[in-house]
Design a protein around this ligand. Structure first.
Ligand code: PMP
Length: 428
């Protein structure tokens, strides 16, 4: 029996996340990672542009992060009481780096961070409704488990991503169109007094990349302020990957709360929720705080050590300069390639993130625009890329990532393989 077959006997579907169950890849078993690469159990090598949905911004097994984790693991374990020096230093750095953060709490995942953001928003406002946007993903919990990648006939109405969610929970989330300023104004005009929070990925990377208009983010800020609603930026992907201060530092729009995860620790399991002190002090980590907050692994010494080492490297080395330069090169050369072979495509992204939608321009502003993407080509060429040893996730609308470990030679190979893969897929 193969490892994948053994996996399917004891793990439902053979993988530990619904997002890892990829048609055509059910026999893939990962054996090893290093830098920009991973290897499967048969020794095949892949250049990794999927990058675990985004965490390893420095590349896999970064030596400085690995050394920091090894040092911590030989020195300090989890006690589950009080605080450690490393947690204090990490919190100080997050407060210093991220405009919205006065105080911060650590979690183990991004989902926990967005969960607690919405809970505290409902607690302080005494209100029921949460606003989210079609195409944004904020984790697996009930309030936000709807309208991420929706089939065309499910756009514009509630589209839960799971069964087992109470209808009244789904009813308490309003789904609007990203970048639709008029829809935001209308929602606040109709429901403002009942809106506890607006949660948004400042760039909805869970459908590739929808770039926000300046007016859109500013309108969210203005409407939330006017109505007394809590504005939550979910910077689980954009935080650290796009800038040390997150996309809020780039856009100049400061939310009330910020959810963080992924690139903060280069792949070690950690998330964070930070923001205005008057909101954060509602949590039960402060004696008398009415909003319950707990987690056995919160502030675990190993991911905290990984986060501190990652932040040090992001500050001291030209990581952003490198990945932004490679990202710009990939986007411009992919666009030129598609023009040359005559396939309509929009190549977009931000910094280290890139995605090719196979549809006519202009660049998409909302999920509705992405319904024009040729899904068969999008998924098909990525399946072919795998045969060339280049891994971009073969699932519709998924973005790809560059890291500090990717080189121009990697990009040369990516471009060659993409040309071959797209050409062959078109010919089929
Ligand atoms: N928010 C965003 C924007 C994400 O992309 C993700 C994960 N893909 C999450 C939240 C949830 O994070 P986690 O998987 O660590 O719970």
């Amino acid at each position: 029996m193969t490892l994948a077959e053994r996996a399917r006997r004891v793990i439902p579907g053979g993988v530990n996340s619904g997002q890892r169950s990829i048609p055509g890849l059910t026999d893939l078993v990962i054996a090893r990672t290093a830098g920009s690469r991973f290897w499967d159990s048969e020794g095949r090598e892949f250049t990794d542009y999927h990058a675990a949905f985004g965490p390893p911004l420095l590349g896999h097994n970064d030596p400085e992060v690995a050394a920091a984790v090894a040092d911590a693991s030989g020195r300090i374990g989890l006690t589950g009481v009080a605080v450690t020096e490393a947690e204090v230093v990490l919190a100080e750095q997050l407060a210093e780096l991220i405009p919205s953060i006065e105080q911060v709490l650590l979690t183990s995942t991004g989902s926990e961070a967005t969960f607690h953001a919405l809970r505290v928003a409902r607690a302080v406002t005494g209100r029921r409704l949460v606003v989210k946007f079609q195409g944004c993903y904020h984790g697996w919990h009930d309030a936000v488990s709807l309208n991420v990648i929706s089939a065309p006939d499910r756009v514009g109405r509630p589209d839960p991503t799971s069964t087992g969610i109470l209808p009244e929970v789904l009813d308490a989330t309003l789904v609007l169109r990203f970048n639709d300023v008029a829809a935001v104004r209308q929602a606040f005009a109709e429901h403002g007094a009942d809106i506890a929070a607006v949660i948004v990925e400042p760039i909805p990377h869970n459908v590739g990349a929808l770039l926000p208009t300046e007016e859109f983010l500013r309108t969210l800020r203005a409407e939330c302020t006017a109505a007394g609603s809590v504005l939550v930026f979910d910077e689980v992907i954009t935080g650290f990957r796009h800038a040390l201060g997150g996309y809020q530092a780039i856009s100049g729009v400061t939310p009330d709360l910020t959810a963080l995860g992924k690139a903060i620790a280069n792949g070690a399991p950690i998330g964070a929720l930070g923001g205005r002190a008057d909101l954060m002090e509602q949590f039960s980590s402060r004696p008398g705080g009415p909003v319950f907050f707990a987690g056995t692994y919160n502030g675990h010494p190993l991911p905290v050590a990984a986060a501190l080492a990652t932040l040090r490297k992001l500050r001291e080395q030209p990581v952003h300069e490198h990945v932004f330069r490679l990202g710009a090169r990939v986007r411009s050369e992919l666009a030129a390639l598609y023009r040359r072979i005559g396939v309509p495509a929009v190549v977009t992204g931000y910094g280290s993130v890139f995605v090719s939608y196979f549809m006519p321009g202009p660049a998409p502003l909302s999920y509705d625009d992405l319904l024009a993407n040729d899904t068969a080509l999008f998924v098909g060429y990525r399946r072919r890329l795998i045969e060339h040893g280049v891994f971009e996730l073969p699932l519709s609308l998924k973005r790809s990532h560059l890291s500090y470990a990717h080189t121009d030679a990697d990009v040369d190979r990516l471009l060659e393989a993409t040309e071959a893969a797209v050409t062959r897929t078109l010919a089929e």
